[in-house]
Design a protein around this ligand. Structure first.
Ligand code: ADP
Ligand code: MG
Length: 222
């Protein structure tokens, strides 16, 4: 639709801005990494810490870059089954590392949706990654995909992780809010932005020590 195209353009504008900023950061970053490597022979301990910090900045820049792919920001007819299955396959090694099983339950009559497939994949990756990382002792993640009256597609990701306290729940999606030592606190912000850009909604429910359910709702347009 016309609206969807305008929205896609706005997103790509944000993306171009992010790309500009990311490039300005990435160039000195690359040169710094080179110098750190040269230094390493002299003082390896400090240099390792510096290298870790550089890697962290690199990671933050990469998260920003997810908004920075204007040439991929086209709405296409996409098969939710393929999107979800490809993301599960992609994160299988990460899940394995955390002793986490992923179960998928999908309605039979899932229609194609009109979306920017790479962005929806990015959202699913961020959410599934959070779910995996919340389960320090392993467990099960259940993903369900439902067709509600051919009007809305509901994707739920339910984990058995540490959960999120009520006061922290309100801060989720604010940029840089993270409880992880190596987190960026950008994942959920990017997710919300992408889903809202698709006219959808993202909601999070959680119970501390029980787990978290993230629900993505996307319109099914014909
Ligand atoms: P990051 O993963 O880099 O920390 P996110 O924006 O993806 O950034 O998540 C922000 C914070 O929200 C996380 O640090 C974590 O505290 C909390 N969080 C997100 N998803 C979950 C989840 N499934 N279970 C528990 N906590 C979560
Ligand atoms: Mg995350």
């Amino acid at each position: 639709s016309e609206e969807a195209i305008i929205r896609s353009e706005k997103l790509s504008l944000i993306g171009q801005l992010a790309a500009g900023i990311a490039h300005d950061i990435r160039n000195p970053l690359t040169s710094l990494k080179g110098f750190v490597h040269l230094l390493k022979a002299k003082n390896a301990d400090y240099v390792d810490v510096m290298m870790e910090e550089l890697e962290h900045i690199n990671y933050v820049v990469n998260e920003f870059m997810t908004l920075a792919k204007p040439h991929l920001s086209y709405y296409l007819e996409s098969n939710p089954r393929e999107l979800v299955q490809s993301v599960i396959a992609f994160l299988q090694p990460h899940a394995h590392l955390y002793n986490v099983q992923i179960q998928l339950d999908m309605d039979q009559d899932i229609p194609v949706i009109y979306c920017i497939p790479d962005q929806i994949k990015q959202v699913l990756i961020n959410i599934l990654k959070n779910a995996i990382e919340s389960m320090v002792n392993g467990g099960l993640i259940q993903i369900s995909v439902r067709n509600v009256l051919d009007e809305r597609l509901i994707i739920c990701v339910e984990d058995q992780g540490v959960g999120i306290s009520e006061d922290k729940l309100t801060q989720l999606g604010e940029p840089f809010f993270t409880t992880k030592t190596n987190g960026t606190g950008l994942g959920l912000m990017v997710c919300k932005r992408i889903i809202h850009g698709h006219d959808g909604d993202l909601t999070i429910q959680s119970k501390i020590n029980h787990g978290t359910t993230v629900q993505i709702e996307l319109p099914i347009k014909k």
